[in-house]
Write a protein that binds this ligand. Structure first.
Ligand SMILES: C[S@@+](CC[C@H](N)C(=O)[O-])C[C@H]1O[C@@H](n2cnc3c(N)ncnc32)[C@H](O)[C@@H]1O
Length: 142
């Protein structure tokens, strides 16, 4: 269907027709994704960009890491806005222990219009305790 109307996904995106995004950004200081996906870099010969990873374990969860995380996610959202329709919806799964998402939303010119709690029963962190994470619903500031 897309192919009939638009010659490419790039053109589709540029027409700002994307109604929304549902994504799961990295949780701060939890995983080094370059290490987790190391086999892919080896197999395909991709250049590693560890320093550009948002919120990696090796940067920790301290003040500088948090500032860098806020800037990183806010920049991603700001970039995405170029391709989104006016009345877009962004849904982000986060375990926002440091209450960073209100600042992220503000920096990206978005507002959090709703928060849904999602119980997590199996997890990758070392202890196996159940907890709940948040799905943030963001929209453009009107
Ligand atoms: C929680 S995972 C979610 C992956 C995917 N959305 C999914 O649901 O399977 C977070 C992802 O963000 C990626 N990531 C971290 N920093 C990034 C960056 N600067 N640019 C692009 N991807 C990044 C990581 O490599 C990882 O794959």
């Amino acid at each position: 269907m897309l192919a009939k109307k638009y010659p490419s996904y790039a053109e589709f995106a540029q027409r700002q027709n994307i109604q929304g995004i549902f994504s799961s950004p990295p949780y701060i200081g939890l995983i080094n994704y370059h290490e987790q996906h190391a086999y892919a870099y080896d197999l395909f010969g991709f250049e590693r960009n560890d320093e550009l990873e948002i919120g990696p374990l090796f940067k920790g969860k301290g003040k500088i890491a948090r500032q860098s995380y806020i800037r990183g996610i806010a920049d991603v959202l700001t970039n995405c806005k170029r391709f989104l329709a006016d009345n877009y919806n962004v849904l982000l799964v986060a375990n926002d222990k440091f209450n960073m998402y209100p600042t992220i939303a503000e920096k990206a010119g978005m507002e959090i219009v709703n928060q849904y709690k999602r119980p997590v029963l199996n997890r990758t962190e070392k202890d196996k305790g159940a907890y709940s994470e948040t799905i943030f619903h963001l929209k453009d500031i009107i």
